[in-house]
Design a protein around this ligand. Structure first.
Ligand code: ADP
Length: 462
């Protein structure tokens, strides 16, 4: 049978507590019972010895007489204690006999003791037994006493009261701790089960597409807190993915629609003879087609990088040498725009995928080329340190507004859409940079001051 977590916890705790309680009750009962019996047996022996000893005081050797009044007093005292005595003198003649003195009382007391003991301790199968003890005075035997009592041992009424009180308090202590244990179990179970139920509810909601749901508050249990924050995180990243997916689709549609419409309209006009198919017009259509081809290629590359399906082909790479060759490839473009480009720093070796890191440098440098105004300056620098190596691509120019900085690494993000459409970017270059750098376990940071320019720093582990 399947039970809920709360029920299981409460049942388990109750089971453990009941077991412990039963065990401790049993042990204490058995231990105390045995010790108490030992004590009672000892007490009996002490009493019988006492009776014989005190009787010896009431014999006067000189007159050879017993003080029968005092012997009677000892006898009655012993009788009320459950000891029926018979005192004999040295010749075996009776001096005092409890049964002779008051037979009814003797039988009444014996019956009471037997009944009590049979009722409470039927297993010991006790009965009245007699023992003879010598009565001595100054080492000389002066008589004897026969003592009858319930054997092997018996408990007086006050002994029974004491035992009952002891058992009662043990039971009470047990019940109180059981109540505490149940309360603690319920409390603990609630504390654990409640957040778990909440997490179940939240994950169900997430599976139905409600990504905005979050678990609020803390649980006061470390593992549950971790579970809850993992679920919250899951909801967060699913919602991000969902947004990204939606945006990606609409962005791609948007990116493709404008050039396709323009191209379609131009071609239609030329087919219908409205426009002459001049080389310039065909050239313009061709440029759009090339741009679309580039966009699709970029998308493909980004998809490959982000899915992580391609393995990194790592080899030792010198960042300084890599930057020099990348900047040399773009030199003609830079010169065309009147840009000054400097490469500085020390050789810095990393273990990386050369082609991919080249791609990173090309993307950053092409951006610098695009966004640096004419006659501006591009600076490439390399920095080597113990565990990492870094390179920075800085350029002069308008810079990126601070509120745009957090988004520029996102796909299709363009700081200034109208300006950038002219520069030809689709907002994918930096997303590719980020994917490649992250695949290498590195980081990419951007700093920018409006009016002064921007600088992108890529740090890679060695
Ligand atoms: P794009 O293809 O539009 O250049 P990127 O992903 O490479 O896409 O860059 C995203 C946006 O970040 C750009 O549209 C641009 O607004 C901004 N950006 C990137 N690099 C620079 C830079 N060096 N100077 C100024 N703005 C930049």
């Amino acid at each position: 049978m399947r039970q809920d977590l709360k029920g299981q916890l409460i049942l388990t705790i109750m089971f453990i507590v009941l077991g412990m309680l039963g065990l401790s009750l049993f042990l204490s009962h058995a231990l105390i019972g045995r010790k108490f019996r030992d004590y009672i047996v000892e007490e009996e022996q002490r009493k019988t010895r006492n009776i014989a000893a005190s009787l010896s005081q009431y014999y006067t050797a000189l007159t050879r007489r017993w003080d029968t009044d005092l012997v009677h007093a000892v006898g009655m005292y012993a009788l009320y204690d459950g000891y029926i005595i018979k005192v004999f003198d040295i010749n075996g003649l009776p001096v005092w006999d409890a049964e002779n003195h008051d037979m009814t009382l003797c039988y009444q007391i014996m019956a009471e003791i037997s009944e009590r003991m049979q009722k409470r301790y039927p297993q010991i199968d006790g009965k009245f037994i007699s023992h003879d003890y010598g009565i001595t005075q100054d080492g000389r035997k002066v008589g004897s006493v026969t003592i009858r009592y319930f054997g092997p041992y018996f408990l007086s009424e006050s002994d029974f009261r004491f035992l009952d009180a002891l058992n009662g308090s043990l039971l009470a202590a047990g019940l109180v701790s059981l109540a505490f244990a149940i309360a603690a179990g319920v409390f603990l179970a609630r504390r654990i089960a409640r957040p778990i139920s909440a997490v179940i509810h939240i994950t169900r909601q997430i599976s139905q597409g409600n990504y905005a749901i979050r678990f609020e508050g803390r649980t006061r249990t470390q593992e549950l807190d971790e579970l809850v924050s993992a679920v919250n995180h899951l909801a967060g990243s699913l919602s991000e993915q969902e947004n990204l997916r939606k945006r990606l689709t609409s962005d791609i549609a948007h990116e493709l629609r404008t050039p396709l419409t323009t191209m379609g309209a131009h071609l239609e006009a030329m087919i219908e003879g409205v426009w002459q198919p001049t080389p310039e017009r065909l050239q313009s259509c061709h440029e759009e087609a090339v741009r679309l081809g580039k966009l699709v290629a970029d998308l493909e590359r980004l998809e490959r990088e982000e899915s992580g399906s391609l393995k990194l082909n790592k080899t030792p790479v010198d960042l300084l040498e890599l930057l020099r060759s990348v900047s040399a490839n773009l030199e003609i473009d830079m010169r065309g725009k009147g840009l000054r480009c400097t490469v500085e720093g020390e050789p810095a070796g990393v273990f990386a995928d050369r082609d991919r890191i080249s791609q990173v440098a090309v993307n950053l440098l092409s951006n610098a080329l695009k966004y640096t105004p004419e006659n501006g300056h591009i600076r490439l620098s390399v920095k080597d340190s113990v565990k990492t190596a870094a390179f920075t691509v800085s350029n002069s120019g308008a810079g990126i507004p601070a509120d745009e900085l957090p988004f520029i690494f996102e796909r299709f993000y363009r700081a200034d859409k109208s300006r950038n459409r002219k520069t030809g970017g689709a907002g994918i270059g930096l997303a590719i940079v980020k994917s490649i750098v992250m695949a290498h376990g590195g980081t990419v940071n951007v700093e920018s001051r409006p009016g002064q320019g921007s600088s992108f720093t890529v740090t890679l582990p060695k």
